[in-house]
Write a protein that binds this ligand. Structure first.
Ligand code: 4NP
Length: 151
């Protein structure tokens, strides 16, 4: 079983969007039994909340299921539980490494470093541009699935 964890600051905008898009891609490829997907926050600010309404609206627009998603905070147990721990931006990666006590493990990395963009996923909490974030999330998830399948 391959387990993927997306991490952002609040776990209500970017990482749940990546979780939902990745799960959808995995389902469409018939790989749901092999690849599990989850997401978490570095902060405790939104624990228990559903995704941001902008994230939910964007996922609904593309017919991607949002059922059952609730924000949770990253825990030290996540390091052993997941094979891929992916920060949506550089500060998410830094904070994840600090919280897990893992300064250099390669399974913790920045999402868009899998793509030619090699940049942070813009945070729609601040930009209000959920389309820009969605497009980059789709690109990153496709690259991640290729990476996993080529392993
Ligand atoms: P996210 O976006 O990390 O993509 O979920 C944010 C959500 C909430 C806040 C900041 C960013 N906040 O300041 O509450």
């Amino acid at each position: 079983m391959i387990r993927v964890l997306f991490v952002c600051l609040g776990n209500i905008c970017r990482s749940p969007m990546a979780e939902a898009v990745m799960r959808d891609l995995v389902e469409k490829r018939g790989l749901s039994a092999e690849i599990k997907v989850d997401s978490a926050a570095t902060s405790s600010w939104h624990i228990g909340e559903p995704p941001h309404k902008g994230t939910m609206a964007k996922l609904k627009e593309y017919n991607i299921s949002i059922s059952g998603m609730k924000a949770r905070q990253l825990t030290v147990a996540d390091f052993e539980a997941f094979g891929y721990i992916i920060g949506m931006d550089a500060s998410n990666v830094r904070n994840t490494r600090d919280m897990l006590g893992q300064p250099d493990h390669p399974k913790i990395f920045r999402f868009l470093d899998l793509t030619p963009h090699e940049k942070d996923v813009p945070d729609p909490w601040y930009t209000d541009d959920f389309q820009e974030t969605y497009d980059l999330v789709v690109e990153g998830c496709e690259a991640l699935l290729e990476k996993i399948l080529n392993k």
